[in-house]
Design a protein. Structure first.
Length: 110
């Protein structure tokens, strides 16, 4: 049974893909779809658009900023299905090459 993983794209900007990188990303996406590994992918707005919200016990707290101040942040992600962690790792390597960025691979629970 396939397992689900998330591949986070790490960048110091948002929406920074060059035309050639976008072509490579589209090709990678097409491969994921063709192999039944695609669930969803998307880009994320820049960290200055983040807002940490905590309404536990009705606290109504909003920070108006990201959780962690950092030069590098997640700028996008792929949700994928893979038969095992090694296949997911191989796909993360391909995704990193396609987008020309570092990526972080994590299994989803459940």
């Amino acid at each position: 049974m396939p397992k689900r993983f998330i591949i986070f794209v790490i960048d110091d900007l948002s929406g920074s893909g060059t035309p050639d990188e976008m072509i490579a990303i589209d090709s990678f996406n097409d491969k994921l779809r063709a192999n039944g590994q695609w669930i969803f992918a998307g880009g994320l707005a820049a960290p200055e658009n983040a807002n940490v919200i905590d309404n536990r016990k009705g606290a109504m707290i909003e920070t108006g900023q990201p959780l962690f101040p950092a030069q590098e942040n997640f700028s996008g992600f792929w949700l994928i299905e893979a038969k095992d962690a090694e296949t997911a790792r191989e796909l993360a390597l391909e995704g990193s090459k396609a987008c020309n960025r570092k990526v972080e691979l994590r299994p989803l629970l459940g």
